[in-house]
Design a protein around this ligand. Structure first.
Ligand code: ACO
Length: 223
């Protein structure tokens, strides 16, 4: 009778097929110390928040953004050119694209950008604009959207902005209210003829109670 012993099962490495790329191996678009430590501490262990990296085109960045608007795939060269342009335009800090990466897949599961605008008013004050927030459908509902917003607001206030603003559609108002934002003003848009959008999307009238007028009175789909 053969004396076969059961093979010893070695524990699998946690994430064998997609090794997580550490920040030290990446070229990040801004100094990660600008990210609030409270946001880093509150993130679930399987996720990592960092500034966008020059190679994030290979980590699903554009596919994720396609849930927001038309976002055709980009080659690494096209991506490099966009990143370079952002760095030139924001030489002293203007663009803060931020991502949350899954440690399991090394893919981007949430993203958003802060733009900082210098004003002539308010004694040359700064205003932060939040743009292009997206969380992958498989990761929604885990507070990653909230963490991205908290990170961008933290950068905005940390760099001296006196306010942080954004535009959104009606469906997302409750989300942004949970992030601490309040409705104010109206959004207007005019598309260039070359954009291919024949006319601005028709605004949807949403009645709001007197005394609570805000930018959700007239809302357009995100194009
Ligand atoms: N309506 C009401 N409440 C919401 C909504 C919503 N649409 N989305 C999230 N919430 C609530 C959550 O229930 C949670 O509440 P809780 O604290 O009481 O539990 C809180 O807001 C935080 O939610 P998160 O889990 O952080 O939300 P998530 O990670 O799913 O991200 C987001 C929300 C960004 C809207 C995501 O659903 C998404 O990517 N949607 C598609 C793209 C999109 O619409 N992006 C925003 C465009 S606007 C702009 O870019 C400025």
């Amino acid at each position: 009778m053969s004396s076969s012993t059961a093979p010893t099962l070695l524990p699998l490495p946690p994430y064998p097929s997609h090794p997580f790329t550490s920040d030290s191996s990446l070229h990040l678009l801004f100094d990660r110390s600008l990210l609030p430590s409270s946001v880093i501490a509150d993130l679930p262990e399987q996720y990592h928040i960092r500034p966008l990296a020059t190679t994030d085109v290979t980590r699903g960045h554009i596919q994720l953004l396609s849930i927001l608007s038309v976002a055709p795939e980009l080659s690494q060269q096209q991506y490099d050119e966009i990143v370079e342009d952002m760095l030139v335009r924001g030489r002293r800090g203007g663009y803060y694209p931020t991502v949350i990466v899954s440690r399991e897949t090394d893919q981007i599961v949430a993203t958003g950008t802060l733009l900082v605008e210098r004003k002539f008013i308010r004694g040359g004050g700064l205003v932060g604009h939040i743009e292009d927030i997206a969380v992958s459908s498989s990761a929604q509902g885990r507070k990653l959207g909230l963490r991205i917003i908290q990170a961008l607001v933290g950068i905005s206030e940390g760099t001296g902005c006196y306010k942080t603003i954004l535009d959104c559609n009606r469906d997302n108002i409750a989300f942004y209210e949970k992030c601490g934002f309040a409705q104010k003003e109206y959004e207007m848009a005019k598309y260039a003829p070359a954009s291919g959008v024949n006319h601005p999307a028709p605004a949807t009238f949403i009645p709001v109670p007197d005394g609570k007028k805000g930018n959700s009175d007239y809302l357009s789909p995100n194009l």
